[in-house]
Design a protein around this ligand. Structure first.
Ligand code: HC1
Ligand code: SF4
Length: 566
């Protein structure tokens, strides 16, 4: 069908909304509540357009096109309506932009600037709400909430958790857990997808920047940082670089200039995880133990399983997640090698994830002391780099410290959904046959689909595997397991859609284009490395010779494995 937008004739498909057609034609219509791929609510009204042939304004995100429709996206009426909407939102919003976490990166602030709002036009009573600071991962400031409902849709429709919802009526409407409780008392899994999709500063990570600066300034502490696989392909966005630009060396250089003593790589521990996890998988298959085995490196996923399917906990791999393994090795193997009292070591993990903050505090992940002392997100590290006065893009590329800094391509691909599975298969094949896979790249479990599955034959055993990301996608598989119908041997689950590259701690906003670029960069790192299988990592081989003995050994179990019991 044909419609006209701003006097230009364009084609449209039946069922499309005005906003979708305008986007395709490169006409920008501002939005706040709209989320591509989710049910439209039309609640914010920012996307108002004028339908000339009907003489009225409609919300373009929820209004379907019809043949012969005449739309104006930029008439004086439209501009006036949008400006009034912004002014009304500001009337019920704290006037603290200068001290807000989203200052400079807030959709409401940008729109106010764009529409020339220069004063607070409507002054009156504002909605009150209490700050929720109780969780180890997320902070909520209901007074900043503009009731767009994006977080609610993401929590329900993408993550299948439903920890938050619109509660109360009229002026007292707010987004909160049931009975206005704190997030740490409900089944929130701390995936942080609500933060990534919040257009304003109503949701933010619990910051650990201060604790890290204090450790750096404490001359009695040896501060050891580690960097997750997905951080290196995303943090550049915070400094105006292209999404997917690989800046590993610059992050290492930045951390050293900030005063961090030693910089190791979580990718090293990803290789170590693979050694332990592949060994565990083979053990479960040969000894006919619980199958399918499910990966345990995504702490949001682990928490989801604990809340919603506690009867399936035995399926979870006993391996700690890579950054926890790295922390455990830093405070045992490395401390012993260097003759340092582990109590003087402060391990900080730089992660794309906010659930890692919760994970680092879990009693299952430490004994005398926690494996990891602090977790900062990609966003927090970017803030710290700015405060340190470093010109990120001009930093030199520096290498990791030894011996926990060497990694292979298998460790690198942990950052993308399907990567843990692919890396584990590379090493499981070697452990079962004594030979590397003839083709290292395993394309059936690459790509941005939520569920990817395949069958791979190793030594006559047909292994049925799946990689799932985004929590709503896992339920069907879990229900099959409960019914005893699952045919899988091994399943990778990542709480965030597309894995860690799209984690709750990554630069905002996160768009499909950025996710695609970050994913491509992850596989580029793998392709470029001379060694692409975890078992070829020489520092890992040395670690087993000098300390751990062999995968699944007593020491390995003591330090690298855990048991979640909740
Ligand atoms: Fe991840 Fe992992 S890949 S969980 O997504 O197993 O956060 O990047 O660091 O620990 O290696 C996150 C990323 C990360 C762990 C690894
Ligand atoms: Fe829901 Fe995840 Fe946000 Fe918790 S962190 S409220 S589970 S989207």
């Amino acid at each position: 069908m044909n419609i006209t937008i701003n006097n230009i004739e364009v084609w449209a498909n039946p069922g499309e909304t005005v906003l979708e057609v305008a986007e395709r034609e490169g006409i920008r219509i501002p939005t706040l509540c709209y989320l591509k791929g989710f049910s439209p609510t039309g609640s914010c009204r920012m996307c108002m357009v004028e339908v000339e042939d009907q003489g009225r304004l409609v919300p373009s995100c929820a209004f379907p096109v019809y043949d012969g429709m005449k739309v104006k996206t930029n008439s004086p009426e439209v501009r006036r309506a949008r400006k009034t909407i912004i002014e009304l939102l500001l009337a019920n919003h704290p006037q603290d932009c200068l001290v807000c976490i989203r200052n400079g990166n807030c959709d409401l602030q940008s729109l106010a600037a764009e529409y020339g709002v220069r004063s607070y036009r409507y002054v009156g009573q504002r909605r009150k709400g209490k700050l929720d600071l109780a969780s180890p991962s997320i902070e909520r400031d209901p007074e900043k909430c503009i009731l767009c409902g994006r977080c609610v849709r993401v929590c329900h429709e993408m993550q299948n958790v439903g920890a938050i919802d619109l509660i109360n009526r009229g002026f007292n409407s707010t987004v909160a857990p049931a009975m206005d409780r704190s997030l740490n008392t409900v089944a929130c899994v701390y995936c942080g997808q609500c933060i990534v999709h919040c257009p304003v500063g109503a949701l933010r990570e619990k910051s650990d920047q201060k604790r890290v600066w204090e450790a750096i300034n404490n001359t009695d502490k040896l501060v050891v940082a580690q960097i997750a696989p997905a951080v290196r392909v995303a943090i550049g966005e915070e400094f105006g670089l292209q999404p997917g630009e690989i800046v590993t060396g610059k992050i290492v250089a930045a951390l050293r200039r900030m005063g961090v003593d030693t910089v190791f790589d979580t990718n090293f521990a990803a290789d170590l995880t693979i050694m332990e996890e592949a060994n565990e998988l083979i053990e479960r298959i040969t000894q006919k133990k619980t199958l399918p085995m499910i990966t345990s490196c995504s702490p949001g996923w682990v928490k989801y399983l604990e809340h919603f399917y506690p009867d399936l906990m035995d399926h979870l791999s006993s391996c700690k997640s890579p950054h926890e393994m790295e922390g455990a090795m830093i405070k045992s193997y490395y401390a012993r090698k260097m003759g340092i009292n582990p109590e003087k070591i402060f391990v900080v993990s730089v992660m794309p994830c906010i659930a890692k903050k919760f994970e680092a505090q879990r009693p299952e992940l430490g004994k005398e002391f926690q494996d990891v002392d602090a977790v900062i997100t990609t966003r927090e590290l970017a803030r710290m780099i700015r405060v340190a006065g470093l010109d990120f893009s001009r930093l030199p590329d520096e290498g990791f410290d030894d011996p926990l800094g060497e990694s292979t391509g298998a460790g690198a691909i942990f950052g993308a959904a399907g990567g843990v599975m692919e890396a584990a298969l590379r090493t499981a094949h070697y452990m079962m046959t004594g030979k590397d896979m003839p083709v290292i790249d395993f394309s059936p479990i690459r790509g941005l689909q939520g569920v990817k599955e395949s069958t791979v034959e190793i030594n006559g055993i047909k292994l049925k595997v799946a990689a799932v990301s985004g929590l709503k996608n896992i339920d069907v598989l879990l229900k099959d397991m409960q019914a005893g119908k699952s045919e899988y041997h091994f399943i990778e689950v990542m709480a965030c859609p597309n894995g860690c590259i799209n984690g709750g701690g990554q630069p905002q906003p996160s768009t499909p284009e950025k996710i695609q670029k970050r994913t491509e960069a992850i596989y580029k790192i793998d392709k470029r490395l001379p060694k692409r299988c975890s078992h070829h990592n020489q520092s890992i081989q040395k670690l087993y010779q000098e300390f751990l003995e062999k995968p699944g050994s007593h020491t390995a179990h003591d330090l690298l494995h855990t048991h979640y019991t909740r």
